[in-house]
Design a protein. Structure first.
Ligand SMILES: [Zn+2]
Length: 291
């Protein structure tokens, strides 16, 4: 939790804190899908859309242009644009999926920037996150891939059946643990019927989505970019909370770049013994909420 300063106009703001996750939920989950596979458009996104869930799709520009990679069919740029327009995050998994740790700095920057440019051309949105191919990183790779971003994927929970052997029980146990421990769970899924770690029984994944959607009072489900930004903002924001005669005033101070970090934060404020969840703009002026 961030350090807070209290300068109450009177002593009746008993407590104020920035919530760990949006809406005061106790945990967060970001569903992420690797390698820009066609299955993600034809199978995954329709299931997510029917439940109102937003996810992150890490794409490889070169394979989109070639239509295939490792024998699996890929998304098209038009599909990326459609998914982005529906609220999903289309983000950077490098231009050609090399081991970034084996490249010169110049080659590394080319891999990152070329894919950012292609995704921005297709979707109108420049990626603000990054996913390392093969999860391989070192100091140089991490430094370059963090530039101009709210976060990079540094840990993940694999989900799939050919390699990971996910079952309804393992998926349920993982979600229970994420919620119980107040974590940010980040899933990593590849192919459904093509690509790495395919599903024999994809209904297991759709049922997991349904389970997740039914627990949204406990867990915040959003794109990788949204949760990564929220977590940084909550650590870089301090509040001055005042009680006025008819309202509560929240004056935030945040030292991050507002051009990059744009997620509203949730504060829990207690006044007259009553706790309230208030959503505020961490870069805004003093914001007022009716008592
Ligand atoms: Zn990959």
């Amino acid at each position: 939790m961030a350090v807070l300063t209290f300068l109450c106009a009177c002593s009746e703001v008993e407590d104020a804190r920035i919530c760990a996750y949006r809406g005061g939920r106790q945990a967060a989950v970001s569903l992420t899908f690797d390698d820009g596979l066609l299955d993600h458009y034809t199978m995954v996104a329709p299931h997510l859309d029917s439940l109102g869930l937003k996810a992150t799709f890490w794409v490889i520009g070169k394979s989109i242009e070639e239509g295939e990679y490792n024998y699996a069919r890929r998304l098209t740029w038009e599909m990326c644009r459609e998914m982005s327009d529906r609220g999903h995050e289309i983000s950077n998994h490098s231009w050609s999926h090399p081991h970034l740790t084996e490249l010169s700095e110049e080659e590394l920057r080319e891999e990152v920037t070329r894919n950012d440019d292609a995704i921005e051309r297709a979707t109108g949105k420049r990626p603000i996150t990054f996913c390392y191919p093969f999860n391989a990183q070192n100091e140089l790779v991490a430094r370059v891939c963090h530039e101009g971003r709210v976060g990079t994927r540094d840990y993940q929970e694999p989900q799939g059946q050919a390699n990971t052997h996910s079952t309804p029980e393992t998926l349920r146990a993982w979600l229970d643990k994420v919620i119980a421990e107040g974590e940010w769970g980040v899933t990593m899924t590849h192919g459904i019927h093509s690509g790495w770690d395919q599903w024999d029984d994809e209904q297991v994944l759709w049922d997991f989505f349904k389970d997740l959607a039914s627990r949204q009072d406990e867990v915040w489900i959003d794109t990788f970019a949204a949760v990564a930004a929220y977590r940084q903002e909550r650590e870089h924001c301090t509040l001055r909370v005042r009680r006025y005669r008819k309202c509560i005033g929240i004056k935030p101070t945040c030292d991050l770049d507002p051009a990059l970090f744009r997620e509203p934060l949730t504060a829990e404020v207690t006044v007259d013994g009553r706790s309230r969840l208030l959503e505020f703009d961490p870069f805004g002026k003093e914001q007022f909420f009716e008592l």
